[in-house]
Design a protein around this ligand. Structure first.
Ligand code: SME
Length: 171
């Protein structure tokens, strides 16, 4: 990994903010392929950079259910069956879910009572589901289409970092 230089992220232009964040994440993960290490740094970066979050982190698919991985925020539920909650539904459908009001989502799993809205991005390595990236916000309708695009790009960068061929020599 390269040395991380803290930056001031400006999400008043969301697409520009996500482009900057994508470049920073690529540099941060460069040369490292460990799934836990890269998820830890990715969640720390996302939580530091994006405004109005109360949780940001990873769930990994293990033996047919989602198991919590590295994250920032309050302690979270450990295991989520596929098809349950926002995370399990996004994983089962292999599609990003943007939930403007978590209380209106059937089966939402409340880990932090402060959460009002949520976005869950599946982590797909080709056709293989390896987990999800989950972000919660205390502000209702915090996430929109620009967040979806930006976070799907960050999820791709994370998945690509796990392949030794994709990011060069281990260093
Ligand atoms: N709210 C999620 C559970 C995970 S926490 O938000 C960290 C869900 O309904 O799947």
């Amino acid at each position: 990994m390269s040395t991380y230089t803290p930056q001031n992220y400006d999400f008043s232009d969301k697409d520009a903010g996500y482009a900057q964040l994508a470049r920073t994440l690529e540099a941060l993960l460069h040369g490292e392929h460990d799934a836990v290490a890269n998820a830890a740094n990715a969640s720390a970066l996302i939580f530091d950079a994006l405004p109005e979050l109360n949780w940001a982190g990873f769930y990994f698919l293990k033996d047919g259910e989602l198991v919590v991985g590295p994250f920032q925020g309050k302690p979270a539920c450990v295991r989520i069956p596929l098809g349950k909650g926002v995370c399990g539904t996004a994983a089962a459908q292999r599609t990003t879910l943007v939930v403007p009001d978590v209380h209106a989502f059937p089966g939402h799993i409340a880990c932090d009572s402060a959460s009002a809205s949520e976005i869950v991005v599946p982590l797909l390595d080709g056709a293989e589901l390896i987990g999800v990236l989950d972000l919660d916000s205390p502000r209702p309708a915090r996430f929109d289409e620009q967040d979806r695009r930006g976070l799907e790009r960050l999820a791709q960068i994370y998945v690509a970092s796990l392949r030794p061929a994709a990011s060069g020599h281990r260093g």
